[in-house]
Design a protein around this ligand. Structure first.
Ligand SMILES: [Zn+2]
Length: 317
């Protein structure tokens, strides 16, 4: 019998899960709609049944553990706590609920920490002991690895670098405060920057033809690749703000590398180039030239399942 783990990524809309070997190969995968199950008990039953179905499709395998990535997940307690984008309110002891039906070790954390674990076990950080993964999507998450271990902190919620304030009194943030790193450095931060620049700049731009609600980081990156002046200015400003956040983080934990992952990171060199330059300008002299700024070593489409699976494999070590 070959051991596999189940990697589960719980999102506000979809739950994606797969069976993953120790090498990182996904041997079976499926999904269900999170929104179909407003009652947590029904959700757990459906999820467990779906995982069991996946296991039955394969012969010669044994489920050794389960890893879960979920919003506001608390590694210490095995809970999902006060997640704004999920229907389950309050503190949900999801690891305990699943363990009642499948008796294997279960670990849970948020998606950014799972991404860091994925990078360490299966991705570009296999040989690294100190690195940070920033997930640049609608929000800005971070997973911090120090001395080969993901940082959870006293509460289990350590690593909220997206909500460190980089502009006092700056943009309104979903957390109820102002000027958070996330409001500038995420994919949605880039869109906000473009909307500001379109009213400030006189230059022609193809971005003026796109309704504001349909602007995405992808469209902005595409425009920047064609030398659109507004898109280039927005990329440069976003790179500078990302570098602020990264330089602060470098002072905190001196990572060997910073991995940028998620929608905005797909922009590629038009973003990475200026981020590298700004980071080198902004870090303290002792850190100059010490930090690599890298794209994730894990394909975007598999990252959520592999990150959650890596969490499970790490527990089994
Ligand atoms: Zn915030």
């Amino acid at each position: 019998m070959k051991d596999v783990v189940a990697g589960i990524d719980i999102g506000g809309t979809n739950t994606v899960f797969g069976l993953v070997e120790k090498t990182g190969s996904i041997i079976a995968e499926d999904r269900l709609m999170t929104t179909d199950y407003p009652e947590i008990n029904n959700y757990v039953s459906a999820l467990v049944a779906a995982i069991n179905r996946l296991i039955e499709t394969k012969s010669g395998i044994k489920l050794a553990g389960i890893g879960i990535g979920a919003p506001n997940a608390n590694y210490h307690r095995g809970t999902i706590e006060l997640a704004p984008n999920l229907a389950w309110k309050g503190i949900v002891p999801i690891a305990e609920y699943i363990r009642k039906e499948i008796d294997v070790p279960i670990a849970i954390t948020n998606d950014a920490k799972a991404a860091a674990m994925g990078e360490m076990i299966f991705g570009g950080a296999k040989e690294m002991k100190n690195f940070i993964v920033f997930t640049l999507g609608t929000g800005l998450g971070s997973g911090i690895v120090i001395n080969g271990r993901v940082l959870y902190g006293h509460t289990g919620f350590a690593g909220e670098l997206g909500h460190t304030i980089i502009v006092p009194g700056g943009r309104d943030c979903g957390c109820g405060r102002q000027g958070c790193f996330e409001t500038y450095g995420s994919a949605s931060g880039l869109v906000r920057t473009v909307l500001n620049l379109l009213s400030e700049m006189k230059e022609e731009s193809t971005l003026r033809d796109i309704p504001p609600s349909q602007l995405t980081s992808k469209k902005i990156a595409d425009a920047a690749a064609k030398n659109d002046p507004v898109a280039l200015e927005a990329m440069d400003y976003t790179a500078e703000m990302l570098a602020f956040g990264i330089a602060n983080a470098v002072g905190f934990s001196s990572p060997e590398a910073v991995f940028l992952f998620g929608g905005l990171a797909q922009a590629g060199e038009v973003l990475f180039g200026p981020v590298r330059e700004y980071v080198d300008q902004m870090v303290m002299p002792i850190f100059k030239g010490t930090v690599k700024i890298l794209p994730s070593g894990i394909p975007e489409s598999n990252a959520a399942v592999l990150g959650a699976a890596a969490l499970a494999w790490n527990e089994l070590k």
